[in-house]
Design a protein around this ligand. Structure first.
Ligand SMILES: C[S@@+](CC[C@H](N)C(=O)[O-])C[C@H]1O[C@@H](n2cnc3c(N)ncnc32)[C@H](O)[C@@H]1O
Length: 258
């Protein structure tokens, strides 16, 4: 993947742009590019933009779909909550979201009370997440939820492997970008094409699954399109079907005794 540069469209925010560039190793450019994809810091937020016809892509925890999920979300009965093991749980599990993306799944789990560590290897996606987290920490309605979310910019395969015993999470959540069926479903959402273009496919999901199983204390949850292929390698110990999404569960105890 080619690196995604950062352009600051709001002179008053140049210091914030410099901090983002330094933290995520982004090239800070002085002119808005004429072609391609770039990150643009405006007065409100950081966005991934392009000269093409796609709309801007950004991570969002305060408004829009995030507000809807926060206010009308399905609670612990919704499929993702069940998959992570929240239904009827006395203690909420600690979760590592090993493929944080735009943080939507992390946000749902943090809204339900989980502490979530979001790990994201793409500098562009990680920068979008950092910006959304900062905005969510400033808003009264989302401050407490955002405080339960921590961002780590790293490859999860290496990062999960580096955890000390006491740091191991209960649950590792994995939602990779597959080269097969995902393309078609992602193409339906025009805005997401820009994200997909910048991030590319995740070709190392099997290694990630192995690292996730070694790190999780209780279970690994893999999110897939309902009819998508499972990650190659270890077989899931259970499958939870949803309307358009499926969750493959790798229960550590079951794997150890099988
Ligand atoms: C399909 S998106 C995840 C979407 C996310 N679940 C959400 O709710 O927004 C996959 C993301 O995982 C990231 N990713 C894939 N493999 C990774 C790895 N080994 N370590 C860190 N990030 C990874 C990609 O860069 C991409 O941003």
């Amino acid at each position: 993947m080619t690196a995604t540069p950062l352009y600051c469209a709001e002179p008053a925010r140049i210091d914030a742009a410099r901090r983002l560039a330094e933290r995520f190793d982004l090239l800070l450019i002085r002119q808005r590019p004429a072609t391609g994809y770039w990150l643009e810091l405006g007065p409100e937020r950081l966005e991934l933009v392009t000269t093409g016809k796609h709309g801007a892509v950004y991570a969002e925890f305060v408004e829009g779909a995030a507000r809807h999920r926060r206010e009308q979300g399905g609670g612990r009965g919704q499929p993702v909550a069940k998959a992570v093991g929240l239904k009827g749980a006395k203690d909420l599990p600690s979760v590592v979201d090993a493929t944080a993306g735009l943080g939507r799944d992390s946000f749902v789990l943090a809204t339900l009370g989980c502490r979530v560590t979001m790990v994201e290897r793409s500098p562009a996606a990680a920068a979008l997440l950092a910006d959304a987290l900062e905005r969510a920490l400033r808003d009264d309605a989302t401050r407490d939820i955002a405080a339960r979310m921590t961002l780590v910019h790293a490859s999860s395969i290496a990062w999960l492997g580096s955890l000390a015993e006491a740091e191991r999470p209960d649950v590792v959540f994995v939602d990779p970008m597959f080269p097969d069926t995902d393309k078609k479903s992602a193409a339906a959402k025009k805005d997401m094409q820009a994200f997909q273009h910048v991030i590319g496919d995740d070709m190392d999901s099997s290694e990630l699954l192995t690292a996730a199983i070694a790190a999780a204390k209780v279970r690994v949850v893999v999110k897939r399109p309902r009819l998508g292929a499972a990650i190659a390698g270890v077989k899931p110990s259970a499958v939870l079907d949803g309307k358009s999404t499926r969750f493959d569960l790798y229960v550590i105890k079951a794997l150890a005794s099988g």
